[in-house]
Write a protein that binds this ligand. Sequence first.
Ligand code: S3P
Length: 443
Amino acid sequence: MSVSAKFRPLTARRTGALQGVAGVPGDKSISHRALILGTLAIGETRISGLLEAEDVLNTAEAMRRFGAEVTRDGEGAWRVSGVGVGGLAEPADVLDFGNSGTGSRLVMGMMATTPITAVFTGDASLQRRPMGRVLEPLTRYGATYTAREGGLMPLTLKGAADAMPIDHKVAVASAQVKSALLLAALNAPGRSRISQSALTRDHTEKMLKAFGAEISVEPLDDGEAVKITGEAELKATPVDVPRDPSSAAFPLVAALIVPGSEVSIPGVLLNGRRIGLIETLQEMGGNIKVVNARESGGEDIGDLIVRHSQLHGVEVPPERAPSMIDEYPILAIAASFAEGRTIMRGLEELRVKESDRLAAVGNGLKACGVAYEELPEGLIVEGGEMQGGATIATHMDHRIAMSFLVAGLASREPITVDDISMVATSFPDFKTLMRSLGADFAS
Ligand code: S3P
């Protein structure tokens, strides 16, 4: 399941106007959750628009190992026959989540209150990422674990035999941790309460409600608390996965920075907790129109029309970070082409993503001749033109690869990324889609 270790470089060159329709793939967060809740439900959950990328396929495979029947009927069309809350089987072998923090952490939560044992591993990037942030609070439900020093994979998690509900404040601004704790609560008797200061993405809460869980959200002076009743009976529910705003970010910024461009991106998820990048780029002067705003399966979606724009630098409010946490690498590219300075703060979580994204972006900008300052928890970019003419180290990080390939479409000299293989974890058709808009990519 892990991606081959062989490096596959790709070079992007300055191109003429980008034009056309960018049908980006399904949302990664919602795709993982649809498979997991389908497994925990009784009956058959039908999913359309599922993201068929390595991260999500690894979650699908894990669900089979826990006893669900997971079937692919056609492109994006999947069915999950669930085993019900408490009905998970013990996986016979090690679960390999590849590059995926979301898949692995959510599944830890899913099984932590069922008396079974599972072994979790992943690729070299995932083996460096902190799992204690999920495992420690899961012990409060009664689960136990053994991990490598520092809470690292490979690790073994033993679900609680007599789970108890918890009242817990999540210390980090992470939807993954919150979601893992909500999923664990499903098989603990009584009501659990999970609170958090940061307003992180709420797809788990919304989907749990749609599947029939007793769940409510209470606003707090400092964040919010989610209350959820355990020993839940979830009912299979159809899920139509909207297109991923975090993938849309790449053709979107490409259209803004390549002169003469006009690109439309239909059916994008516009959940209020995911649109920080669009808000920020509009504040920077980006011509981004949202048309045909509508609701689909309890989520807001809309079509985006993006035209080339002269951007200007802004100060991004740090409290906006959770709503655009995966978008800072591509925002840093947009900022490099903007007039003036862009200040981004509150980004400590970027240090523990698929790579240390603050360092990876900073080093990439430096190689491309952009003046910047890397802060312990932020980045300041001095905009203008980008020289390019560099090879970028992607550190097994799909978003670093895609961000610098977009940069190369507008920089003076070509930009090469050292390895595009990780792009398959979230956006397998990235190269083809960008080429269909006019991008000049060469191997
Ligand atoms: C995700 C949450 C975010 C994000 C990740 C997907 C999710 O991680 O970076 O790509 O689906 O819950 P954190 O919640 O750990 O910040």
